[in-house]
Design a protein around this ligand. Structure first.
Ligand SMILES: O=C(O)CCC(=O)C(=O)O
Length: 307
């Protein structure tokens, strides 16, 4: 007999895959299928040395002076600093350098650039970024939230390369934001065992699904590992943010503008835009049953394609 819990997890996985397959984003169909099924795809070395150097210069010339030359002692994204105008300026500079070479990989009119940032991992044992999913930028029942990431130096396990859990976007949480956090406490060991390191060269770009579980280990080398990172959303889809005023209360979906985003992702305050609806909140954490059921379904989909 089929366990009803496992059957509904399998159904959810199939539904999420169908949403992704029905709205292709990449020009190259096999790469698009890789992104839909596995939740990530490496697009190759899109950023040449000049662009990589230009991005590193943004850190030296815009970010460090704003911090009076002091590097953070933990992992930090320029979107998370307490200065929304700096975050937005960096986002524009990242867009200028990255989007002209990244956008040709996408089908025309499929996605919009939302925000970009520099992801800073200074040396140190406390610079790990634990397992997480990125925020839902749009209603993922209908639209797609995507992210890109590219190291500005060779990424290795030692300096904190991005690690991904293939297929986890199909069974991870769909409702994610600063006030609706996801965690993997009950399945930490299993998640760790499933992660795959992406040892990308400087300028190589990976595109990830916003729901993909990923992490980056501490930088145990002597030099800061910089990366550029950013978000993309289905073209024309309203940008949204989930907001939960009380820890276990209802979750409300608000329309937001990209200009509001940087301040909203560091504050717990209610977005100023239109309230779209109240949404049933997923529990915060992924349970062992969901992980086992989701993984089993993902693996069967992968072998069906290979067979
Ligand atoms: O750059 C990193 O180490 C990880 C970035 C990341 O996971 C994120 O910004 O969501």
């Amino acid at each position: 007999m089929i366990d009803p819990g496992a059957a509904s997890i399998a159904k959810a996985v199939d539904h999420r895959l169908a949403v992704r397959r029905s709205s292709p984003v990449l020009r190259d169909a096999p790469l698009d299928e890789h992104l839909a099924l596995h939740g990530y795809v490496v697009l190759g070395s899109l950023l040449d040395d000049e662009r990589v150097a230009g991005l590193a210069r943004i850190y030296q010339e815009e970010v460090l002076p704003a911090w009076e030359g002091r590097e953070p002692d933990r992992w930090l994204s320029t979107l998370m600093v307490d200065d929304a105008s700096l975050s937005l300026r960096i986002s524009d500079l990242v867009e200028e350098l990255v989007w002209p070479v990244l956008s040709p990989a996408f089908l025309e009119g499929s996605v919009d650039y939302v925000l970009g940032d520099l992801s800073i991992k200074p040396p140190g044992p406390d610079t790990e970024l634990g397992a997480h999913q990125d925020y839902s930028l749009v209603d993922e029942d209908e639209f797609r939230s995507l992210y890109f990431w590219s190291p500005l130096t060779q990424a290795s396990v030692a300096n904190g390369a991005l690690h991904v859990v293939p297929g986890s976007h199909l069974y991870g949480r769909a409702v994610r934001s600063v006030t609706v956090r996801t965690h993997f406490m009950e399945v930490e060991g299993e998640i760790e065992a499933l992660t795959v390191p992406l040892r990308l060269a400087a300028g190589e770009v990976v595109v990830t699904d916003g729901a993909l579980v990923h992490h980056s280990p501490p930088n145990l080398t002597a030099t800061t590992r910089l990366a550029t990172h950013g978000s993309l959303a289905s073209a024309g889809a309203p940008l949204t943010l989930f907001h939960r005023p009380e820890p276990d209360g209802d979750v409300e979906l608000y329309e937001v503008s990209e200009h509001e985003y940087p301040s909203l992702i560091i504050s717990l305050s209610k977005p100023g835009g239109r309230r779209l609806r109240t949404v049933p909140s997923d529990p915060d954490g992924l349970s062992p049953e969901e992980l086992a059921g989701g993984l089993a379904r993902y693996r069967s989909l992968v072998s069906a394609r290979a067979g």
